[in-house]
Design a protein around this ligand. Structure first.
Ligand code: BJ8
Length: 425
């Protein structure tokens, strides 16, 4: 990061504060990740990426910007990244997983809203996220109440373009969504100054499909072998988190290399956990880095996390965009819409397919239990927990509900609850 100091300064980063945060982040990463035993060799790339995510990757993104390619930051998986990648630009997730920016955010936002939103807003106020500072615009969406109102305030500090995501999936709602996709494409064209062709968008879609396929492969290797868990849940989560920052082509290659090694480990029965370690699935809200609190609590208490049914997880990569029979722009937008409207975020009503999916995932992965995790004040996921846990109970599936924020204060309490849960299953 030091060698990119002048670039960081040019894009308006508060370099001293940023350096301190990176130092803290790296220390925390070392303590939580590098101390794990028997990590796959291929994790070395991701360790390297951790040290360069606010350095070399930022330099790459700003190189693209010099050539009028768009750089778009987002907080939601509804961002149509295929369109951005197709234009030759970069789409990335913005910082929003740290407690260190929340006090600043609370100078403009209420205390009792979700920590993800406050953390992200605070990063902009502090100018300590180089991704936010590199964004031509921030993609906002009308998913939850707190996010959609925050965009109006965030827009005072950085351009935000809001996509109107409906809360139901009737025909008239989907029609609106499709129009929003066309409008999003226009926003991208206004940055490049050129019309985006069908071929470019198909190319972008193919690249993103390949990234999702690599993550699906990683998910299968992590979770589908009853006797072998070849990678820790924490490493699995970290790789997925980096998928929102890295160049998609390089990332896909590195994930596939990791998967080759994991395949071999499965064959050789090399597990990073002891035999009969309880296999847990985590359901709920996204884990923005460096939010590793739950994974650390579980995996230092005798459990293993084999999968995240979350937006930084399965919900993100579960579906691909079908490019068969796409001969014009309208057909492509329809296929994008088909993919995005299959996302089962709790902001939709009703959201029954999510429950069916969870039950199927549990069965397929022969898991031992689930943790339903929500960030504090996330009303949609918190309320939906009732229907999900009821369905789990009916099937006799053990479930622990945890609501938490980013502060380290409840880490001990979470660990105690997880230990008791593990003993009970
Ligand atoms: S598609 S889950 S990424 S909206 S910010 S809803 S945690 S109160 S992130 Fe999300 Fe898109 Fe849905 Fe996925 Fe709750 Fe917080 Fe809102 Fe959140």
């Amino acid at each position: 990061v030091q060698e990119h100091r002048s670039l960081l300064k040019d894009i308006g980063v508060d370099v001293d504060r940023h350096a301190k945060m990176m130092e803290m982040g790296l220390e925390s990463y070392k303590a939580q990740f590098m101390t794990q035993k028997n990590r796959p060799e291929a994790m070395k790339y991701f360790d390297w990426f951790m040290s360069e995510m606010q350095g070399q990757r930022i330099a790459e993104i700003n190189e693209l910007r010099k050539n009028k390619k768009p750089a778009i930051g987002a907080f939601c998986i509804f961002v149509p990244e295929e369109i951005i990648v197709g234009s030759g630009g970069a789409c990335f997730g913005l910082c929003g997983g740290s407690p260190a920016t929340i006090a600043d955010a609370e100078t403009e936002l209420p205390r009792n809203i979700c920590p993800l939103i406050k953390s992200a807003h605070g990063f902009k106020l502090q100018k300590t996220c180089a991704y936010t500072q590199s964004s031509d615009f921030i993609y906002g969406e009308t998913t939850c109440e707190a996010k959609k109102k925050t965009w109006e305030i965030l827009n005072k500090h950085h351009p935000v373009k809001v996509m109107n995501i409906p809360h139901m999936k009737r025909e008239k709602d989907l029609k609106l969504w499709k129009e929003e996709l066309f409008e999003f494409k226009e926003h991208i064209e206004s940055i490049t100054g050129e019309k985006l062709s069908l071929e470019q968008m198909k190319k972008g879609t193919k690249i993103v499909n390949e990234k999702r396929e690599a993550l699906q492969r990683l998910d299968r290797l992590r979770s589908m072998n009853k006797d072998v868990i070849p990678i820790s849940g924490k490493d699995g989560l970290f790789v997925t988190q980096m998928g929102f920052l890295d160049d998609p082509v390089r990332f896909t290659k590195k994930v596939n290399e990791l998967c080759d090694e994991l395949e071999k480990r499965v064959e050789d029965k090399i597990s990073v956990f002891e035999e009969d370690t309880p296999r847990l699935m985590v359901l709920g809200t996204p884990f923005a880095p460096p939010n590793w609190k739950l994974h650390t609590a579980v995996e230092t208490s005798g459990g293993a996390i084999i999968n995240e049914e979350s937006c930084i997880g399965h919900r993100y990569y579960k579906d691909n965009v079908n490019l068969d029979d796409v001969n014009n722009e309208d057909e492509l937008m329809q296929k994008l819409l088909d993919k995005y409207s299959a996302v089962d975020c709790a902001c939709f009503t009703p959201n029954a397919p999510r429950i069916d999916k969870i039950l199927q995932m549990y069965k397929d992965r022969q898991a031992s239990g689930v943790i339903y995790y929500t960030l504090s004040f996330c009303h949609t996921y918190n309320v939906e927990a009732h229907l999900v846990t009821q369905a789990l109970e009916k099937e006799g599936i053990p479930c622990l509900v945890i609501e938490s924020d980013y502060s380290p204060e409840d880490a001990g309490q979470i660990k105690t609850r997880v230990e008791a849960f593990l003993e009970s299953i």
